[in-house]
Design a protein around this ligand. Structure first.
Ligand SMILES: [Zn+2]
Length: 145
């Protein structure tokens, strides 16, 4: 009671609200430093793969958007994900980790800028304020905190 903070968007709801065709989805496992399988067309499918993998292995794989960015075409073809992590924040609180595509700092910055723009546009579609930001490095607090 008396908590004035804005409620955190649910990750699965946010991802499923991103307009179809805007992004594809990958599941990235930080323990294996690898993408699991191919890019997927639906976030629901990606969450299914993620949950099954994490239940079986105890790993902390995450669902990440995958932008079909012409500047990253070569990387998209190889399906590689860099082992670089950002922490996505909403209203200054942890939303979750993001493993951007890109082999140069410019490509990684573009990837992070794309995700923040897409998340904020989708938040507005959901009737929420566009409060997503990103910081370099792993998240320091659990989601929601
Ligand atoms: Zn794994």
């Amino acid at each position: 009671m008396g908590n004035m903070s804005i409620s955190m968007p649910d990750m699965e709801q946010l991802f499923s609200a991103i307009p179809a065709g805007t992004v594809q989805w990958i599941v990235y496992c930080p323990e294996e430093k690898a993408q699991l399988g191919e890019a997927m067309g639906s976030s629901e499918q990606a969450f299914t793969v993620q949950k099954r993998h994490n239940q079986l292995t105890g790993h902390t794989a995450t669902v990440n958007p995958y932008f079909d960015n012409p500047a990253l075409e070569g990387l998209n073809d190889s399906g590689q994900v860099q082992n670089v992590v950002f922490c996505i924040l909403y209203d200054g609180r942890t939303f979750g980790p993001y493993f951007p595509l890109g082999s140069t700092s410019e490509e990684i910055e573009m990837s992070v800028a794309n995700i923040i723009r897409t998340y904020n546009e989708t938040a507005v579609l959901m009737g929420l304020p566009p409060l997503f930001t990103a910081i370099a490095g792993a998240c320091r607090t659990p989601p929601g905190q």
